[in-house]
Design a protein around this ligand. Structure first.
Ligand code: GLN
Length: 458
C-alpha cells in the first residue's frame, strides 16, 4: 500500500506527501478496519492542516482522554453525549506539534478491565485473531496500532497495566511513563494516584517520539513533575553493553510455558548484546494485586460519584426526587463492572474498615515501592513477561469470575503501584507475547534504550 510507511518516514517526507489524498484514503481505511474490529468509538473526519513538525501525523486518542469537540466518554454509557469544550494537555501538546486527532478508541468502561470486554460501546477484536481479546483497558488503541498500516500513534492510559497488556496482546509497543511525567489534566479519572497517559506505537521510536511531545510539567495538574523537556528519541540505538538486568523469579510463577520460553529467549538475546542479567526476588509481588484492587476501587468509587445525570453525559427525564433520579441514571448508565467497583471501593472506604483494608493496602504499596527501589540500586532495568497468559478467546473470558479476571493483572500492577516506567514490546515479531522492561522513576531512557536494542536485533 502506498501509505504503508513508518511514522519516521512520514515526518521525513512530510512536505512531499499529498495530504488531501492521504487523508481521504486514511478515513476510508479507518472505516473499513472499524467495521471489522470495532476499535474506535468515533472517527474524526475533519480535514486537518498539515503543519510541521508532525505534518498531521494521525493520532488516535483513548476515549477517556478529553478532546475538544469530540465525544469523550471513557467507554461508558453514562458519559454518552459528553463533548468536552477543551483538550487534555497531552492532546493539546500533540496538536501543537502538528499531530491530528483521527478518533477515539474503545476501552473498558473507565479503564475497568483487562480484556476490553467491559465496554459501554463496542468490544474491540484483536486484529491478529478476531476471536481473541485485544487486551485492556486500552484495547481499541493497541488494536488500531496493529490493524492500521498507516503512520499512526495512539495516546492511551494505564492505571494498573492498561498500556502494557493490550500492547502485548496486539504485538505492538506500549510505553507507560513514570507517574506524574505526563499531565493528567483532561483525563477522565479512574484512580488519580495511579493513572498515567502514555503512547502505543508500532515501534519503540514512535513511543519515544510521542513521549517527547506529551511529557513535561503542567500547571493544571498538581501531581505533574517539574522535569525538563527532553528528546527521548536520542537514547535509541545506543549499545547496552553496561546494562544490568534483573529478572524477578516471582514473575514466572504460573506463567504460560510458551511465554516463559519466549521471554527467556529475549533475555538471552539481550545478554548476547553485552548486557548482563541476574535472577532476583521481588518478595512483595504476591501482595500487589490485593493492594491494587483496594486502592484503585476506593479511588474509582469516589471519582464516579459525580456522574449522576446532572452535569455530564446521560440525562433522563426528571421524575421523583433527586435520589430516585440519580439511581435511575446510575443504574442505566454504568455497566456491571463499574457497579461492582463502586460497591467494592465504597466498602473499602467505610470508616470501620479503613484501617483493615485501605490503610493496609497503602502500607503494602510503600513496601512494593521499596522493593523496586532496592532492585534499582543494583540493576538498570527489570525484564519480565508482560502478561501471564496469551490473549484469551472471548468465549473463555465469558467463563472467568471477576476474581479470575483480576488475577490476570498480577504482573502489571506492581510496577503501576510503584509509579515506575515500563515498556512492553513484542518478545518475537508478530507474536502476542510481550517482553516487559521496567525502569526506575524517570529512567524512561534506559528502558527505551534496551527496548530499541532488542527491537533492532529482530
Ligand atoms: N486491569 C486493571 C483494572 O481493571 C488495569 C486497568 C487499567 O490500567 N486501566 O483495573
Amino acid at each position: 500500500m502506498k501509505y504503508n510507511i513508518s511514522v519516521k518516514q512520514f515526518i521525513d517526507q512530510g512536505k512531499n506527501i499529498d495530504h488531501n489524498d492521504f487523508h481521504s484514503k486514511l478515513i476510508e481505511e479507518l472505516k473499513r478496519i472499524n467495521k471489522k474490529f470495532h476499535l474506535l468509538q468515533c472517527i474524526d473526519e475533519s480535514k486537518p492542516q498539515a503543519k510541521p513538525s508532525l505534518f498531521s501525523l494521525p493520532i488516535s486518542v483513548k476515549d477517556n482522554i478529553c478532546t475538544k469537540g469530540l465525544q469523550s466518554s471513557a467507554g461508558s454509557q453514562i458519559l454518552n453525549g459528553y463533548i468536552p469544550p477543551f483538550d487534555a494537555t497531552s492532546v493539546a501538546r500533540t496538536k501543537e506539534a502538528g499531530g491530528a486527532v483521527i478518533g477515539k478508541t474503545n476501552q473498558d468502561e473507565f479503564g475497568f478491565g483487562t480484556f476490553s470486554t467491559n465496554c459501554g460501546y463496542a468490544v474491540p477484536k484483536n486484529p491478529l485473531d478476531p476471536e481473541r481479546s485485544c487486551g485492556g483497558s486500552s484495547g481499541g488503541a493497541a488494536g488500531l496500532v496493529a490493524a492500521l498500516n498507516y503512520p499512526h500513534i495512539a495516546l492511551a492510559e494505564s492505571t494498573g497495566g492498561s498500556i502494557s497488556c493490550p500492547a502485548a496482546f496486539c504485538s505492538v509497543v506500549g510505553l507507560t511513563p513514570t507517574y506524574g511525567l505526563v499531565s493528567r489534566y483532561g483525563l477522565i479519572d479512574y484512580a488519580n494516584s495511579l493513572d498515567k497517559i502514555g503512547p502505543i506505537g508500532k515501534c519503540v521510536y514512535d513511543t519515544a517520539l510521542a513521549l517527547s511531545i506529551i511529557a513535561g510539567h503542567d500547571n493544571r495538574d498538581s501531581t505533574s513533575l517539574h522535569v525538563a523537556k527532553k528528546d527521548y528519541t536520542k537514547c535509541l540505538g545506543k549499545d547496552i553493553k553496561s546494562m544490568k538486568i534483573g529478572v524477578p523469579k516471582e514473575y514466572f510463577n504460573n506463567t504460560d510455558k510458551k511465554i516463559e520460553k519466549y521471554v527467556w529467549d529475549a533475555i538471552k538475546k539481550l545478554e548476547s548484546l553485552g548486557a548482563t542479567y541476574k535472577e532476583i526476588s521481588l518478595p512483595t509481588t504476591k501482595y500487589a494485586l490485593a493492594s491494587y484492587y483496594i486502592i484503585a476501587t476506593a479511588e474509582a468509587s469516589t471519582n464516579l460519584s459525580k456522574y449522576c445525570g446532572m452535569r455530564y453525559g446521560l440525562h433522563l427525564g426528571m421524575e421523583g426526587n433527586f435520589n430516585e433520579y440519580f439511581s435511575r441514571v446510575r443504574s442505566k448508565g454504568f455497566g456491571e463492572e463499574a457497579k461492582r467497583r463502586i460497591i467494592l471501593g465504597t466498602f473499602a472506604r467505610l470508616s470501620g474498615y479503613r484501617e483493615a483494608y485501605y490503610l493496609k493496602a497503602m502500607r503494602v504499596r510503600t513496601a512494593i515501592i521499596q522493593d523496586f527501589k532496592l532492585a534499582f540500586k543494583k540493576f538498570d532495568v527489570i525484564a519480565a513477561p508482560t502478561m501471564p497468559v496469551l490473549p484469551p478467546k472471548f468465549s473463555e473470558i465469558a467463563k472467568l469470575s471477576p476474581l479470575q479476571n483480576y488475577q490476570m493483572d498480577v504482573l502489571t500492577v506492581p510496577a503501576n503501584l510503584a509509579g515506575v516506567p515500563m515498556i512492553s514490546l513484542p518478545a518475537r515479531k508478530g507474536e502476542m507475547i510481550g517482553l516487559h522492561l521496567i525502569g526506575d522513576h524517570l529512567k524512561e531512557e534506559k528502558i527505551l534504550q534496551v527496548a530499541s536494542a532488542y527491537e533492532a536485533m529482530k
